[in-house]
Design a binder for this molecule. Sequence first.
Ligand code: FAD
Ligand code: MG
Length: 360
Amino acid sequence: MRHHKCGIPKNIDKKIPGSFLFIIPVFVISFNSFLFFSCVRAEPARMEFILGTICSVNLYGLGSESVYNEIFGRLREIENLMSVNIPSSEISRINAAAGIEPVRVSEETFNVIKRAVYFARLSEGAFDPSIGPVVILWGIGSGSERVPASGEIAELLPLVNWRNIELDEEAKTVFLTQCGMSLDLGAIAKGYAADEAAAIVKKALISRALIDLGGNIIITGEKKDASPWRIGVQNPEKQRGTALGYLQITAAPNESKTVVTSGTYERYFENDGIRYHHLFNPPLGYPAQNGLISVTVTADVSMDADALSTAVFVLGFEKGFALIESLDGIEAVFVFEDRSVRTTAGADFTLTDKTYFIKK
Ligand code: FAD
Ligand code: MG
């Protein structure tokens, strides 16, 4: 249903299912990748539920309580700015003013949206932060998921178009030019939050840390024995925390690296035996179906890896592989429904589950 209430801001129906703010089913908590039989202590030193997921941080005994407080405070701050589920957030304010007026936002919200638009352009719209109307319509993870009628989807599709996000760098305003448009930073803001947590770790001169925001992982510094960190890639058919293989990652002291996964197996629902997941193909308004189950991306910047893991998943293997290979310092692991696994040339990946196989 299309709404035409743009002249009356207070009455805009944002179409958020009633239960969305309150019901957070257990299956939405994602652990797509995780620390894998490392010899440092793997249990997080602190865990909190933020950004719709379990956020864990381990400073390996090198950080004080106040550093943990600063990190988790910062994560909440970012959630309060960028969540579509918090009516007072800057993203909610931008969405409520769609088709009406530009909204002035903080520099950081502006920069995350700007980066999201950058990845939308780079991926030719496979990643699109204006996917909000489609996310709300399907309601995946909201407790009121359903398969919409094709007409309902078709009606919303004109609203999904990153080119209609107007950014004014000087005024720091964001304007969604069409009534009914809405931003959703679910595919990029966790990455930004992880980068901000890592920045606090570095500022505090903590030499080693593991940050895991529901599958958005950052490691900083070297392990105690200087061996590479091993980050498991989730086996999509097994219990959470069961790997099909692992990536080896090294970071110099005071440097950080990130591993981010987008997959179909954590946030989905089934209807008539068909699985509908949360990674949408923007031009179609349907979950992307291309034989992939997950894409894991490694990079230096978690915000970039987050956007790219979603973009590449939606692009599919051929275009996604080409995109990753065109970017410096970024690698990827692709897991397919037929149990094949492919990697980009520079990924240091070891397969451990022999029911899967590496395809060159
Ligand atoms: P990713 O692949 O990184 O992202 C997938 C998500 O991005 C989808 O869920 C959708 O929101 C969006 N998306 C889908 N297709 C595309 C596309 N083609 N291009 C761009 N974006 C797309 N979850 C809750 O259950 N309750 C909450 O209150 C809640 N609050 C959140 C607040 C913030 C600030 C953030 C960043 C996330 C929050 N989440 C919440 C989780 C969020 O709804 C997403 O499900 C989650 O970020 C998905 O992350 P992922 O790593 O599994 O997948
Ligand atoms: Mg993502």
